[in-house]
Design a binder for this molecule. Sequence first.
Ligand SMILES: [Zn+2]
Ligand SMILES: [Zn+2]
Length: 251
Amino acid sequence: MKLTVLGSGYFIPTKKRNNSGYLLQIDNENLLLDSGPGVLRQLIKTGYSVWDISKIFYSHLHIDHLADLLPILFIRKYSQPQERNSELSIYSHQDLNRVITGYEGLFGRWILNEKHPYRFHSLESGRSTFEHFSLRVYQAVHTEQSLMYRFEDAKGTSLLYTGDTELSAALIEAAEGVDVLVTEFSSIDEDPKPGHLSPAKISFLLDKCRPKLTILSHLTPETEQRAVIAQIKIPPNCVVEAAEDLKTWEF
Ligand SMILES: [Zn+2]
Ligand SMILES: [Zn+2]
């Protein structure tokens, strides 16, 4: 498994951090987790393009996680890839289908694509199996359409992507014993933002679930400060690192 952070920022892009997006590679299959504004361009910087992505998983329908879906569909319609399997599968809460149907109503033939079709698949809590990995989906406490994804490859290595979330029983269940936790970190304890995680909440989560590696992402100008990250209590044998745009981890 290989993870490349395309966007490690919160809802406002900064000079340092793009909006949310991650390239997750499992057995040479390239998955995109969220595609906030600017993620396509970040993807190009890694040497990949929309044609290399077979599946996109959306954590929820906030714009900072979703906006580049429309250009992805447009580019897939009008760029000329070499012939190869280029069907795109899009996974999310069922309400994303309303967004896609809306795009199709507005943009019609500019995105509708018979030659290289995209297909929407709605997900809810539960387990699914794909060719190169298995997936467990959990409901996140953030919006009604928020999902967390726990991927597991053939070797048993697991990665949980939380998207935006509040601390919850489902989050603790999802993160239990996971190898890699990619968690949002957008709140401080002194001024808690509902639906997001603060140092105290992440400390509690790490103590309960003991992920081997925790990658802090969806960082704000406040939470990216070293002094704020240092408030997180790290259990023995656990590693915590802050995400950076275009940083890669292999596990
Ligand atoms: Zn967000
Ligand atoms: Zn959100």
